[in-house]
Design a binder for this molecule. Sequence first.
Ligand code: IYR
Length: 224
Amino acid sequence: MKPVPHVPYTALPDLTDEERVARARAFHEQISTRRTCRMFSDAPVPREVIEEAILAAGTAPSGANHQPWHFAVVSTPELRHRIRLAAEEEERAFYAGKAGQEWLDALAPLGTDEDKPYLDIAPWHIVVFGQRRGGIEPGESKTNYYVTESVGIACGFLLGALHAAGLATLTHTPSPMGFLRELCRRPDGEKPLMVIVAGLPAPDAVVPLHALRKKTLKQISSWL
Ligand code: IYR
């Protein structure tokens, strides 16, 4: 390592191995209760919850620490409705055949279709953009690196933070989603990556059984 300005690495608590295992297990248990929600309540959720979750997302690692993300937070019913209408228009074409049969077959166990009423109902949409150019200083226009990976990690942090705060979430990826740039008034150099819908689940919300099937440790890992 070359010498650069630094601080001591003191962020971690001093734990026993047993405590580490217990914490890893507790986190696994907590995050494993997250469910993608497609049936929201219109109950309001404080803006501070969303602010804190976005701040948590903003701590994610990123290429050259350029933090190539922007979170456009939509709460007005008017703009949420415009997002719904535009998303449903894209989804109608998608489900009418643009997706292709293999993709439609893969989605069948989830029961999704072109109707997205939850986009009107859930109190918050967080529209996530990746910035092709930026840098760490305000107003900079340097190349950003590993934008999709970095923003994907930030979205993971965001979903984890919202879940920890007791909110239900949905990652919505209308395809194509260029309309989000226009509706959120973001510049050309930003690429919309997903809409994270957040709120409380409807009292009668259900989750498709298919979504509960998670691969085992054996299936998802190899130990060399
Ligand atoms: N964007 C569509 C289709 C869709 C695609 C995938 I991959 C999913 O995991 C779920 C849905 C929709 O929102 O319905």
